[in-house]
Design a protein around this ligand. Structure first.
Ligand code: F6P
Length: 548
C-alpha cells in the first residue's frame, strides 16, 4: 500500500548547507566570470555534465567548486535522493491531493513492472499504448473511415493546459517526423476564434476530433468540444451516429466521456497519478502518435526514460537535472533572480518555452511548504523565452545590459534537420557568441581601444557576468525531445524538494475558475442582474453588458 510521504528534514533556512551558502554568496557575489575563467584554464571542460544524449556546459555560471559542493550538500540535506525513490516507487508525494506522482511509469519499458496499490501500472500503461498504436495505425493508413466512408485527413486536438501545451509543443518540435498527408490543429482557448479559425478550411467528413481532458469537466475544453460537435454534425448531415467516427476522448473520467456521447471504446485512458503538465507522454500524446506514428512515439518515450534513469542514478556532479535545479535555487534564492530565460536555437522548438511555463510555474509557483507553513524564501522562477536569434534582435538587450540578472538556458543541436547552405553554422555561431558575450561582456578598456566617441563609451560597455547553461544535443529527434522534457521535469522536481513544496498540485488556478462560473449567468441573463462583487467588477460587468 503506498503511503502519503512527508519528508523529515530541517526547515530550509536551518539546513547547514543553506547557511553556508548564504555566507558563500557574500564572498562570491562580486566575483566576475572573467576572474573564474582566468583562474582555471580547464573550467570550460571541467564544469560540464553529460547524460542521456545531452551535454550541459554549466561553466558559465557564477559558481566555484565550493559552490557546487555546498549545493550538493543542500540537495543531500533536503533529502533529494529519498524523494526521488519515493516518486519512482509510487509513494504519495503529492501530499495536498494525496496522490502518487508516476509520470516516470509512463515511459518504463514493457519488460518493467511497478506495483502500486497492488496494480502493475507499467502493464496498464502498455495496454493503453498498444490501443493507441492500433488506433493510430488505422487512422494513418486510411483504414479508419469517417461517417461517409472517407479517410481521416485532419486531426483537431481540443484541450487546454497540460492537455494542449504538450501536444502542440511536441507536434511543432517533431514536425520533421510527421506525416505531411494529414493536417493537425490544436484548439485550447474558449475564445471562439480559436475553434472557428482551426476548422474553417476543414471538411467534417475527413476530420477527427480528440477531446483531451484529464477531468473531462474543464470549461474551455467542454465548451469547445460541444461546439465542435455541432460543427461536425452540421457537416455530416446531422446524424448523431456520425459522432462515433469523428470523436475520440483522452481522459481519466469514463463517466463524463460517456455523458458527452463518446463511446468508451473510443476513449484512451490515463490515471490520476499523471499530472496534467506531466502528461504529454500518456494518452494525451495521442495526437503526437497520430502525427509521427507509434514507432517514433516509442522513441520519444525511450528518451524520457533515459533521463529518468540518469536522474535516479547519476552522481550529483554529473546529474543534469539536479545541477540545473540547484543552480536555479542558487540564482533565485541568493542572487534574487526572478526569471529564467530558455532560448532554443532550433525553430522546431518554438513552443518549448510555452510548454515549460506550465511545467515550471504551475509546479513550483507555491507559497506554503508541504506542511502548509508559509515559505520564508523565494520559490519557482518565472520562465519565458523565444527561439534564440529572434530574441537576440528583440529582448536580449535587457539581458546583456539591463539591471536585472537573468540566467539563461541556451538549447542547441549539432546537426540541423534541414541543411541549407551555411545556415546552421551561422545559427550555432550565435549560440556560442551569446554565451560568451553574456559571460565576459566588454570592458571599458576594450571599448576605448576600439575607438569612437568618448561619450558613447559607457553605453557600449557590457558588464558581462550573466550566467548561462548551454545544452547541446546531436540532433532533434523524438528521443532527444523526450530527454529534454524529462530534464526539465526533474529539474522542477529537484527544486520542489529543496523548497519543500508540493510541485504536483495547482490550487492557485481554482479561485479564478470558480469566480468565472459565478459570473457567467450575470453576463448571460437577459434581465439586468443584481451584482454583489466589488465596485470595480460590478462596473466592468455593467459596462460589458452595455457595450456588447
Ligand atoms: O487549470 C489548470 C489545469 O488543471 C491544468 O493543471 C491542467 O493541465 C488543465 O487545467 C487542463 O485540465 P484537464 O486536462 O482536466 O482538462
Amino acid at each position: 500500500m503506498s503511503t502519503r510521504v512527508m519528508p523529515s528534514v530541517r526547515p530550509l533556512r536551518d539546513r547547514p548547507a543553506w547557511r553556508a551558502l548564504e555566507k558563500h554568496y557574500g564572498e562570491l557575489r562580486a566575483t566576475h566570470l572573467r576572474e573564474l575563467f582566468a583562474a582555471d584554464e580547464t573550467r570550460g571542460e571541467r564544469m560540464v555534465a553529460e547524460g542521456a544524449g545531452l551535454y550541459l556546459d554549466y561553466s558559465k555560471n557564477r559558481i566555484t567548486d565550493e559552490t557546487l559542493g555546498l549545493l550538493e550538500a543542500l540537495a543531500e540535506q533536503s533529502g533529494v535522493a529519498d524523494r526521488i525513490e519515493a516518486m519512482f516507487t509510487g509513494e504519495r508525494i503529492n501530499v495536498s491531493e494525496n496522490r502518487s506522482v508516476l509520470h516516470v511509469a509512463l515511459r518504463m519499458p514493457r519488460s518493467a513492472s511497478l506495483i502500486v496499490d497492488g496494480v502493475d501500472v507499467v502493464r496498464q500503461v502498455h495496454e493503453v499504448l498498444d490501443r493507441m498504436a492500433a488506433f493510430s495505425d488505422r487512422v494513418r493508413s486510411g483504414e479508419w473511415r469517417g461517417h461517409t466512408g472517407k479517410a481521416i485527413r485532419n486531426v483537431v486536438n481540443i484541450g487546454i493546459g497540460g492537455s494542449d501545451l504538450g501536444p502542440v509543443m511536441a507536434y511543432e518540435a517533431l514536425r520533421h517526423y510527421t506525416t505531411r498527408e494529414m493536417t493537425f490543429r490544436f484548439v485550447s482557448n474558449v475564445d471562439s476564434t480559436d475553434l472557428v479559425e482551426a476548422t474553417r478550411d476543414l471538411v467534417a467528413e475527413e476530420t477527427l476530433f480528440i477531446v483531451s481532458s484529464k477531468t473531462f469537466t474543464t470549461l474551455e475544453t467542454m465548451t469547445n468540444a460541444h461546439s465542435a460537435r455541432e460543427w461536425a454534425l452540421a457537416g455530416l448531415g446531422g446524424e448523431e451516429s456520425a459522432i462515433a467516427k469523428h470523436f475520440v476522448a483522452v481522459s481519466t473520467n469514463a463517466e463524463k466521456v460517456t455523458e458527452f456521447g463518446i463511446d468508451t471504446n473510443n476513449m484512451f485512458g490515463f490515471w490520476e497519478w499523471v499530472g496534467g503538465r506531466y502528461s504529454m507522454d500518456s494518452a494525451i500524446g495521442l495526437s503526437t502518435m497520430l502525427a509521427i506514428g507509434p514507432e517514433r512515439f516509442h522513441e520519444l518515450l525511450a528518451g524520457f526514460h533515459a533521463v529518468d534513469e540518469h536522474f535516479r542514478g547519476a552522481p550529483f556532479g554529473q546529474n543534469l537535472p539536479m545541477l540545473m535545479g540547484l543552480l536555479g535555487v542558487w540564482y533565485g534564492d541568493f542572487f534574487g533572480a526572478q526569471t529564467v530565460g530558455v532560448m532554443p536555437y532550433e525553430q522546431y522548438l518554438k513552443r518549448f518555452p510555452a510548454y515549460l511555463q506550465q511545467l515550471t510555474m504551475e509546479s513550483n509557483g507555491k507559497h506554503v511548504t508541504l506542511a502548509g507553513r508559509p515559505v520564508e524564501y523565494e520559490t519557482g522562477a518565472i520562465y519565458w523565452g523565444e527561439p534564440g536569434t529572434n530574441g537576440q534582435h528583440s529582448f536580449y538587450q535587457l539581458i546583456h545590459q539591463g539591471t536585472k540578472l537573468i540566467p539563461v538556458d541556451l538549447i542547441a543541436f549539432a546537426k540541423t534537420l534541414n541543411p541549407l547552405g551555411d545556415h546552421h553554422d551561422l545559427l550555432m555561431s550565435n549560440v556560442f557568441a551569446q554565451a560568451e558575450a553574456l559571460a565576459f561582456g566588454r570592458t571599458e578598456q576594450e571599448v576605448r581601444a576600439e575607438g569612437g566617441p568618448a561619450d558613447v563609451v559607457p553605453h557600449r560597455v557590457m558588464e558581462g557576468n550573466r550566467p548561462t547553461n548551454v545544452i547541446l544535443a546531436e540532433e532533434l529527434t523524438p528521443w532527444t525531445l523526450g530527454s529534454l522534457v524529462a530534464l526539465y521535469e526533474h529539474m522542477v522536481f529537484t527544486q520542489g524538494v529543496v523548497w519543500e513544496i508540493d510541485s504536483f498540485d495547482q490550487w492557485g488556478v481554482e479561485l479564478g475558475k470558480a469566480l468565472a462560473v459565478r459570473i457567467i449567468p450575470e453576463l448571460k441573463n437577459e434581465d439586468e442582474p443584481e451584482l454583489h462583487h466589488d465596485s470595480s467588477t460590478n462596473a466592468l460587468i455593467r459596462r460589458y453588458r452595455a457595450m456588447r
